[in-house]
Design a protein around this ligand. Sequence first.
Ligand code: NAD
Length: 256
Amino acid sequence: DMGLDGLRVAISGAGSGIGLEMARHFAAEGARVFIGDANAAALAALAGSDPALLSAPCDVADRGSVAGWLAACVATLGGIDCLVNNAGIAGPTGAVEEIAPEDWDRTLAVNITGQFNLTRLAVPHLRNSANPSILNLSSAAGRLGFALRTPYAASKWAVVGFTKSLAKELGGDGIRVNALLPGLVDGPRIQAVFASKAAAKGITAAEQQAASMAHGSLKRLVPQSELADMAVYLASRHGASISGQAISICGDLEAL
Ligand code: NAD
């Protein structure tokens, strides 16, 4: 028992992928979960299949949308104990001189400014919580860099700086702030990365996957469920003394 009974958890970008996996793990542990996603159709489909996951659409890059979503979340759950800033996009691939400036702007707007947009409105509610925490999704790219994905890597390094600074700022109020750095997570997203890298090198996606996995000591992809397990642990009483950490869950990956 992780002792999450009734913990009020808000997760952005949880209409699919890692965020959805986290939402399901939190709900299974007895937490009350409110999720958002820019993809309203994905949320509508979930509302039918998974009624435990309460939701409203939210584009984290749009401050009006974020304010409305946060208000709906607080009205539904009666407050917030844990905010998971999960929404993120891969952004453009290409040489830096070929990256369209508007693609750069959008990647930063979603991946780092989006975390600021939500956090600034959630903190007053977290101050009223008995066990408050924030978890920000960074990436192995936020530790290693990522060739031909400079906007993504820059945004994910920014997440780590935001996290470490917030942890110092909010620690006196008992609010813990950590970053999660996944790498080579099993799922459709990583297959798209392998395909685009493979195309650039003229090799197959399977060859690229083998080459990428060779950079880690475990030589395999990481299941989404392990990221969700860590999110639950950090929000629980077991994580009560963990703050300001950038936690890599990537099989000891040393390059991307
Ligand atoms: P995903 O694409 O499966 O899910 C991301 C979700 O965010 C989608 O449902 C999408 O609709 C939503 N979203 C996109 N833009 C949004 C916006 N502006 N506002 C609100 N929602 C928005 O991706 P994922 O793999 O589950 O990634 C989740 C997080 O984990 C991201 O921050 C990502 O950068 C990070 N991450 C993933 C991996 C990986 O290998 N999958 C590795 C490292 C980091």
